[in-house]
Ligand binder design. Structure first.
Ligand code: ASP
Ligand code: MG
Length: 410
């Protein structure tokens, strides 16, 4: 008998028919003798609708009350799913985050889970119940309702799996696993049978939106066996997210290619090249809460420095304002912005033992006439900033160069 935590996202519970489907799937696991805890999101679109509603009554909705409103979406789905389960003869019991006692800190709209009281769930499980827990929500020490940030139901599921030492945490979604890249751009993209936590983290933070990043971090930390599967297909093993040391087959050098269209480059031209200049430029930008990705500094003639960095396109105005406020510290300079950038990254733990990935990537892009404007690397990732109009071409040629359409481990 296994203890399994299953999480169903918004589209999987998007209408009554789909909720009944989820109930049938859960019933199959129970019939096999497994104990099942289900975590559900709100019906698709519901959280967005609720957030929009709050903005219609207040320009800056109060965070505590915002959580009171947006957490209701999940309360609806836990009740509906339990009814559907009972309707086909199963014993089931719903829990809100506060009823489990998923204790969080008090940072409304982005709370962190501190502890989970597993005792009541355990008891209900032992009595043959399917447990249905509302994702995305918790409660703080004072009893205030909190939420975990968008996509937070993934984290609820992983945290419950960790707390109850579940055998597996299955994330059911509308895709059947994690792909080498977006199949809408590369039709030959292949579903990965396995990927490491580290790779998944890089892919998730680079815009592959299958899982909330925090849930992957959590799963890695507590060694939760995590699997991404489709809720619309009965067949298939999905993608297993594992620890590197548990990967028993030969690792491909590159596991996936991630990309992000939504980038802009800001260049500060001709600033004085003196110690502290990078800080006087990036400091104010960071203080404005803007994430800076790659940055490069080059020193030209006359001891002047050109300093470039990339930000999300939506942050350009904010970044320019921060730079303007700091112009006295930076010294004489001119600012240029380019809002048509994109970022492409190759990711793979195999890079550690296979040098030359970067050279191969740069050569491939060069042969296609694609100019690399900025480069950033980590131990298992190489990212380049290029013009957005070349993005799809870049992803396609890199997918081919690194042989990602072929079965791994072969
Ligand atoms: N319903 C929440 C959201 O839309 C949480 C989740 O779906 O994971 O962000
Ligand atoms: Mg989601």
């Amino acid at each position: 008998m296994a203890l399994i935590v299953q999480k169903y996202g918004g589209t999987s519970v998007g209408n009554p028919e789909r909720i009944r489907n989820v109930a049938r799937r859960v019933a199959e696991f129970q019939a096999r003798g497994d104990q099942v805890i289900v975590v559900v999101s709100a019906m698709s679109g519901e959280t967005n609708r609720l957030i929009a509603l709050t903005k219609e009554v207040a320009k800056h909705p109060d965070p505590r009350e915002l959580d009171v409103v947006v957490s209701t979406g999940e309360q609806v789905t836990i009740g509906l799913l339990c009814m559907a389960l009972k309707d086909i003869g199963l014993k089931a019991k719903s829990y809100t985050g506060g009823q489990v006692r998923i204790l969080t800190d008090s940072s409304h709209t982005k709370a962190r889970i501190l502890s989970i009281d597993e005792a009541p769930i355990r008891k209900d499980l032992e009595q043959g119940n399917v447990i249905v827990v509302a994702g995305f929500q918790g409660v703080d020490e004072q009893g205030n309702i909190t939420t975990l940030g968008r996509g937070g139901s993934d984290t609820t599921a992983v945290a419950i799996a960790a707390a109850l030492k579940a055998d597996e945490c299955q994330i059911y979604t509308d895709v059947d696993g994690v792909y080498t890249t977006d199949p809408r751009i590369v039709p030959e993209a292949r579903k990965l049978d396995r990927i490491t936590f580290e790779e998944m983290l890089e892919l998730a933070s680079l815009g592959s939106k299958v899982l909330q990043i925090r849930s992957v971090e959590f799963a890695g930390k507590y060694k939760v066996k995590l699997r991404v599967l489709s809720s619309f297909q009965d067949e298939g093993e999905g993608t297993l997210i594992t620890l590197e040391e548990d990967q028993n087959m030969e690792q491909p050098v590159i596991s996936g290619i991630a990309f992000n269209r939504d980038e802009a480059k800001i260049t500060v031209l001709g600033a004085p090249d003196k110690p502290g200049i990078a800080y006087s430029i990036l400091g104010p930008v960071a203080e404005a809460n803007i994430d800076v990705d790659r940055s490069v500094q080059s020193v030209g003639h006359d001891g002047a420095a050109d300093f470039s960095f990339t930000v999300a396109r939506g942050d350009v105005d904010k970044a320019l304002k921060a730079l303007d406020a700091a112009k006295a510290q930076i010294g004489e300079h001119v600012i240029e912005t380019d809002s048509s950038m994109a970022k492409v990254s190759v990711v793979g733990v195999g890079m550690r033992s296979h040098p030359g990935v970067a050279a191969r990537m740069f050569r491939t892009l060069g042969e296609e006439g694609i100019n690399i404007q900025m480069i950033a690397t980590s131990e298992i990732r190489i990212s380049v900033a290029i013009e957005e109009k070349y993005l799809e071409l870049a992803v396609r040629v890199l997918h081919k160069t690194f042989g990602l359409e072929q079965q791994s481990g072969a």
